[in-house]
Design a protein around this ligand. Structure first.
Ligand code: ADP
Length: 262
């Protein structure tokens, strides 16, 4: 049988990137992919060469949110070509490897590690200023693999919702990031209140302030709150990131999203 080389120090992937930012949450469905997509878009809109790497292997939704779920990854020579969304935004998603968009991926740990290494080193990313990594919810192997294989990992942004139980999960994510010896770049409270589609006022649906409380408790930065907005969900379903608005359009959610993404 083949000997595993677990004792070898992991080799950093050959990728040119100045800052790698991980996006993490304690549990699923809190808006981690939404934040990843909008953060990547915001960075590219500021003129930074940006990559978005979707490692949510078991539930990749980035493809759908960017309207590219029908595309498949291509290789030229021995390089994987990322999908170009704009001149300064390139995307790689697990979903773009699947044959059917709804088939689940059953991968064992070592396969995931190999895939993650390839998604860093074998992709034609070019020179990146930022690589935003959408990780699966919880505290799994993917985050550990990224920290092992990626250079210049700056830290993690943690997305949570205001409910107590989600906040409890997110505190686990904060501790996990600290265990990996990485800084928590900040906590974002998503689905914080709801924008009434009739009057535009913000209604406190699940309560408020849980994210800020968790951030204070663990002495990490609090980046701000994004309300529940039907337009935000529609933007995700339609494959057009919320942050890309029509000229002149304003809303309380855009103000909130702009503030967080700054
Ligand atoms: P996760 O990546 O944490 O599983 P997603 O980003 O996929 O979560 O979000 C789950 C669902 O909630 C998606 O349909 C998304 O469009 C929607 N959603 C996320 N944030 C908001 C928000 N602030 N307002 C309305 N819908 C949202």
């Amino acid at each position: 049988s083949q000997k595993t080389d677990t004792c070898q120090k992991p080799k950093k992937a050959d990728i040119s990137v100045k800052h790698v930012i991980l996006v993490l949450s304690g549990k699923g469905g809190v808006g981690k992919s939404t934040v990843s997509v909008n953060l990547a878009y915001a960075l590219s809109n500021h003129g930074y060469q940006t990559g978005l790497l979707d490692l949510d292997i078991h539930g990749p939704s980035i493809g759908k949110m960017l309207g590219i779920e029908d595309l498949r990854l291509q290789a030229i020579g021995n390089k994987i070509m990322p999908v170009k969304i704009t001149g300064s935004l390139k995307v790689i998603s697990m979903a773009l490897l699947l044959n059917e968009t709804d088939s689940p991926i059953v991968w064992r740990g070592p396969m995931k590690a190999a895939a993650i290494q390839q998604f860093l080193g074998d992709v034609e990313w070019g020179d990146l200023d930022y690589l935003v990594v959408d990780l699966p919810p919880g505290t799994g192997d993917e985050a550990l693999n990224i920290v092992q294989f990626a250079p210049n990992v700056e830290g993690a942004v943690i997305v949570t919702t205001p409910q107590d139980v989600a906040v409890l999960d997110s505190t686990k994510a904060i501790k996990f990031v600290e265990m990996m010896d990485l800084p928590v770049l900040g906590v974002i409270e998503n689905m914080s209140g709801m924008v009434c589609p009739h009057c535009g006022e913000i209604v406190d649906l699940f309560g408020k302030g849980g994210g800020e409380k968790a951030a204070k408790q663990y002495n990490v930065p609090y980046l701000g709150a994004i309300p529940i907005d039907i337009e935000m969900r529609k933007a995700g379903d339609e494959g057009k990131p919320f942050i890309v608005r029509k000229p002149g359009e304003t809303s309380p959610t855009w103000d909130a999203v702009d503030a967080v993404m700054e």
